[in-house]
Design a protein around this ligand. Structure first.
Ligand SMILES: [Zn+2]
Length: 324
């Protein structure tokens, strides 16, 4: 858990490109005012409440809120809250009190957390609704010390901006819905809809889920055989993710794995091609000012030289790349 900062609030959004308004079924949402090309940064802000949803205990949310300066408390309370039965049950279990026994303001703070925290709670970014095929990626930029939200495919005027609240690229619909239950809604995004197209998409997601398990089961044991096997699996995963429009940073993970395998197999030209793909994803998902993109630029340069000479890449360089 990172402690809540008291640095000045930084909050910026591309006013000429996006607007915040009511959506048909999902309350407030964020919409494109005009066509927006892939890679555009639309929001950059620091978090209102920095308690990671993966490590949070419900007892820590109210104290974290009370620790905020009054202006940030006011911003926080402007967000929409929703507490589902499951969430209330967790709260009751942890606090030892019934939901109704809790002070009203505590219920409100908790309900806002439940409805808005993906990663952390953001004043602007938390208003973006969820989709299992999102068109926006969010990531922390440690140099800016802000969360940046980038459009990851070209979107047209009027289209709703969406992010994936969960790490759900390689999960089936049932698994995704299970994870989403803490937000208290049933997902009706194009990947979850009960139509011919929706079911086709779901078959691809099920394939991804199986491949993801295969990858986990294929140990990286230092043999060429294991690297070949892992490479095959991630190649299939990247092809499905791309064809299904799953273009967020999970795609980077499989490209990264592919590049690692090629380096271990001493297939430097192929490694270079995968690194170019990583850089493409970084460029549109997080931007040129992100340290991971800068690191990739340096690595790409080392490998490009090794390919053109050709000379072997030192073990040190390979190990440096392997370090995530
Ligand atoms: Zn969905």
């Amino acid at each position: 858990m990172r402690l809540t900062r008291h640095a000045p609030v930084k909050r910026w959004y591309a006013e000429d490109l996006i607007e915040f308004k009511e959506s048909a079924q999902k309350g407030l949402g964020v919409f494109a005012k005009t066509n927006i090309p892939r890679g555009t940064r639309v929001i950059s802000e620091n978090a209102l409440l920095e308690i990671d949803i993966k490590t949070v205990t419900l007892n820590s949310i109210v104290p974290a809120f009370e620790h905020l300066p009054p202006s940030q408390q006011k911003s926080y309370l402007e967000l929409y809250g929703y507490a589902g039965e499951l969430f209330k049950h967790f709260v009751e279990y942890e606090t030892g009190k019934s939901w109704q026994e809790l002070p009203e303001v505590h219920r409100k703070v908790l309900a806002i957390y439940a409805a808005n925290a993906f990663g952390y709670v953001f004043f602007l970014g938390s208003r973006i609704n969820h989709s299992c095929i999102p068109n926006v990626n969010f990531a922390y930029n440690p140099i800016l010390r802000e969360e940046v939200f980038h459009v990851i495919r070209d979107i047209v005027a009027g289209e709703e901006l969406t992010v994936m609240y969960i790490d759900g690229t390689n999960l089936t619909q049932g698994q995704r819905q299970n994870e989403l239950s803490r937000y208290g809604f049933q997902c009706t995004c194009p990947a979850c809809e009960d139509t011919v197209q929706g079911r086709q998409r779901e078959r691809k997601r099920a394939e991804l889920a199986i491949l993801d398990q295969e990858l986990a089961a294929t140990a990286d044991d230092g043999t060429n055989e294991s690297y070949r096997k892992r490479l095959q699996v991630v190649q299939k995963m990247s092809a499905i993710q791309k064809s299904e429009g799953l273009l967020n940073r999970q795609l980077r993970f499989v490209y990264y794995e592919a590049a690692k395998c090629c380096l271990k197999l001493k297939e430097q030209t192929m490694a270079y091609l995968w690194i170019e793909k990583i850089m493409e994803v970084d460029l549109y998902c997080v931007g040129k000012d992100h340290p991971e993109y800068r690191k990739m630029l340096t690595i790409a340069e080392v490998i490009r030289r090794a390919v053109s000479v050709p000379e072997p890449i030192s073990e040190g360089t390979v190990e440096w790349f392997m370090k995530d």
